[in-house]
Ligand binder design. Sequence first.
Ligand code: GDP
Ligand code: MG
Length: 370
Amino acid sequence: RGAMTVGESAKLLHKDASEVIKKLITMGVMATINQELDIETVLLLAAEFGVEVEVKIAVEDDRFETVEEVDDEADLKSRPPVVTIMGHVDHGKTTLLDAIRSSNVSSGEAGGITQHIGAYQVENNGKKITFLDTPGHEAFTAMRARGSQITDIAIIVVAADDGVMPQTVEAINHAKAAELPIIVAVNKIDKPGSDPDKVKQELTEYGLVPEEWGGDTIFVNVSAKQKMGLEELLEMILLVAEMNEYKANPDKRARAAVIEAELDKGRGPVARVLVQHGTLRVGDAFVAGNCFGRIRAMVNDKGRRVKEAGPSTPIEITGLTEVPQAGDPFMVFEDERKARSIAEKRSITQRQSEMGSNVRVTLDDLFQHI
Ligand code: GDP
Ligand code: MG
């Protein structure tokens, strides 16, 4: 469904419907008064008429479904949970991520361990979990600022020898603001003098009360360094995932989020993305931020080339025209021409707003709320 009809756009732009229809014809769009137009077209119309428009789209607003089909409940399939590890500096986030990954790497994939992809998947009892490593929290912050949610579950790591610290509180606040289920991993329990119960006590002040004290927060004692408690942590993640039934439609054009991107000397621009819904395939035409391209190759977190990637899969892609930014939404379009024209419109509107033009809303703004 479109953003608004031709008649509604005419009203918005203070023009006669007939003028709008004529203008649309010059833009190559044949439309009747009741026909629905997508947001891009409405924005282009406004620009053509030199009218300043302001479009506000709420995060929960589904108007951007103009570029994709609305899912039928029956088309939704279970997908792996996407987990982010947060917490105070030096409390063991990186060590924990590495420990989970290395204890899950089978000997045949030993080479994969060196592959840095910004995210990885592990399997526990045949069920997958995607861990998001947010380097410098850059992508994470950018995505949060854009109101897009790519994480399902937050693991808050608290070192048992240090207790609740400022960034612990920050992490809790972020997770709560995003309404994410929280699992507390009390880390470094191998350290002499560590006191997991003291951490539990401190966290009750922030509304995180363990089940044995009558609350509903899951706590797991771990030692990332000694690889203790990891199995239980994975089980708890799968338990939370089971309760929440994370789903996505794999049978549509893919949408993903850029986790990191860089210019590789040999391969050109490379982006690591997390597929959110649909299935990404080699050959797909896409827009990522202001860049577009066609997927040349995809490499998974084990360092293997793959031809397709479904929901919750982290994947590295090549075939971009430029380097997108961490947090940029990534969308597949029906063909490269469409992708190119959207990318171009977006860079034009971005340039205009950088130049202080009157066009206050850019397509980029719109995409940010997808
Ligand atoms: P981050 O800043 O949260 O990513 O923390 P790191 O993973 O870099 O860990 C900070 C320091 O704590 C490193 O020296 C780790 O070796 C150490 N560390 C992490 N986990 C444990 C643990 O379970 N036990 C002990 N004793 N040390 C740990
Ligand atoms: Mg770290």
